[in-house]
Design a protein around this ligand. Structure first.
Ligand SMILES: Cc1cc2nc3c(=O)[nH]c(=O)nc-3n(C[C@H](O)[C@H](O)[C@H](O)COP(=O)(O)OP(=O)(O)OC[C@H]3O[C@@H](n4cnc5c(N)ncnc54)[C@H](O)[C@@H]3O)c2cc1C
Length: 435
């Protein structure tokens, strides 16, 4: 019998363990994979390259987490000024596109400016029915249809009219009319990205930030929880072992834990089935050249380009690959609810290599040194219009069973690593208070 058991050894599970250690317990985590880290794992692959599971950088403003991360890497981290850009029909546009229209076709720029000028006379509302309405009210119809509608279809796998606005926060920049006009007239604009700099470990990829959270924690790896008996508070694992618990902290994706619990009421099962999340196929390509791009990450709007976003691991730390080489990591999105994975990983890899050449990130004379393709079955929570209500139903049910959900997929939110960690700490605190 364990008082508190933690499921999932990602950064949320580690946050929970960190809190329990502080409170004098010896935390134990049960994890299905053969290594701890979850989405914050870094993988050393052929040719001496290191790849994270999608681009992972730390831009936490919480000093305590900054210090913990720094301690983990013994202060060896890079501090990098953000430079992001966009690709649209052969044009490279500084981010955010609305403030950097210079060089785009005249008719498009004129139509966007006309729309934005008209918006100046309209009242903004406090709430919008959906994300598409918010976009049109913020940027006008022409810009919205040309850029964010296209991007969101690729990244969230559904039209913005199916999305809510409760995830936006500072993510999308609201430009003034003057900023839009100045950006159309001049190629030089001020930086207005919502994050201006970030930190990244010098050695070993993002996972190095977890070093101190792994200390004094008992990890039970290759323990996939396959069945939970709620009445007896018993967990069963794929390797045949089982365990009783009093309180459970779970960072498992909500649809996964619900599937595994005996006797879940129909309305809870139905609510869980409505929770939408994207699937990411992450294709990382190492080449014999580092002058690929200045942008640490780029957004791709064109439907015919398979990936929604690229990032450059060697610009986060040059130690992520051999000297003189560079890497491009590409994210291609699907989702069970809106755009089921309809291709093999080999086909997706081929599409990505074709498209990298199309937009000249990989040139004909480049030598490809490695290609690493990974499937992330849970990537980004899709904030569709079913989310809030379904989530309330699922969380209320799990809470009654003394299951305290945490992390990106337990809270079912847009959590960054620092938020997932803190969410784990909070769940552990709640579990302790229930003992
Ligand atoms: C493409 C991408 C880019 C991102 N970029 C950034 C970034 O730049 N900066 C940032 O701060 N954050 C970023 N994030 C977010 C970050 O990855 C998450 O906040 C964080 O990793 C979530 O941690 P977690 O512990 O909640 O979930 P996870 O890491 O998913 O951990 C859950 C764990 O549960 C395990 N598990 C699942 N099912 C079972 C089972 N049945 N039994 C036992 N174990 C199980 C899994 O194997 C996993 O290890 C990004 C995410 C993605 C997808």
């Amino acid at each position: 019998m364990k008082d508190i058991t933690i499921l999932g050894a990602g950064i949320a599970g580690m946050g929970a363990a960190f809190h329990l250690k502080k409170e004098g317990s010896q935390p134990e985590i049960y994890e299905k994979r053969s290594r701890p880290g979850g989405h914050t794992s870094s993988h050393a692959v052929e040719g001496g390259f290191i790849y994270d599971e999608g681009p992972h950088v730390s831009f936490t403003k919480t000093e305590r987490i900054q210090e913990l991360f720094a301690e983990s890497v013994e202060d060896q981290y890079e501090v990098i000024q953000v430079y992001a850009n966009n690709y649209w029909k052969g044009h490279w546009i500084k981010h955010p596109a609305i403030c950097n229209l210079h060089g785009l076709p005249d008719d498009l720029v004129v139509d966007i400016i006309k729309d934005v000028a008209e918006l100046q006379h309209e009242e903004t509302k406090d709430e919008y029915d959906n994300f598409a309405d918010w976009l049109i009210a913020s940027y006008g119809k022409t810009f919205s249809e040309t850029f964010p509608f296209e991007y969101n279809q690729k990244y969230h796998t559904t039209h913005p009219k199916n999305l809510s606005t409760d995830w936006l926060g500072p993510r999308l920049y609201k430009a003034s009319f003057e900023e839009v006009v100045r950006g159309a007239l001049s190629p030089v604009t001020k930086d207005v990205h919502y994050v201006d700099h970030f930190r990244y470990p010098t050695h070993g990829g993002f996972e190095s930030y977890l070093a101190m959270f792994k200390k004094d924690v008992a990890f039970h790896l290759e323990h996939e929880m396959v069945r939970l008996e709620p009445k007896d508070k018993k967990l069963h694992f794929s390797n045949g072992t089982s365990l009783d618990y009093k309180q459970l902290v779970s960072s498992l994706p909500l649809p996964e834990i619900i599937k595994r619990i005996d006797g879940v009421p129909e309305e809870v099962r139905e609510a869980a089935s409505k929770l939408a999340c994207s699937i990411c196929v992450c294709v990382s390509v190492g080449i014999d050249r580092s002058d690929i791009s200045q942008a640490q990450w780029s957004y791709f709007y064109d439907e015919e380009i398979s990936f929604a976003r690229t990032s450059m691991p060697h610009l986060l730390s040059p130690k992520t690959g051999p000297e003189g080489t560079g890497s491009i990591q590409c994210e291609v999105y699907f989702s069970e609810k809106y755009k089921p994975l309809n291709k093999s990983l080999e086909e997706i890899e081929k599409d990505v290599l074709r498209d990298l050449r199309k937009c000249n990130l990989v040139r004909e004379d480049d030598t490809i040194l490695c290609v690493d393709t990974r499937l992330l079955p849970y990537a980004n929570v899709i904030f569709d219009l079913d989310r809030v209500k379904s989530l309330e139903t699922v969380h209320a049910y799990l809470d009654e069973l003394d299951i305290h959900c945490c992390g990106r997929f337990g809270e079912w939110g847009y959590h960054w690593t620092d938020e997932s960690f803190i969410s784990g700490e909070n769940a552990a605190e709640k579990a302790l208070s229930r003992l």
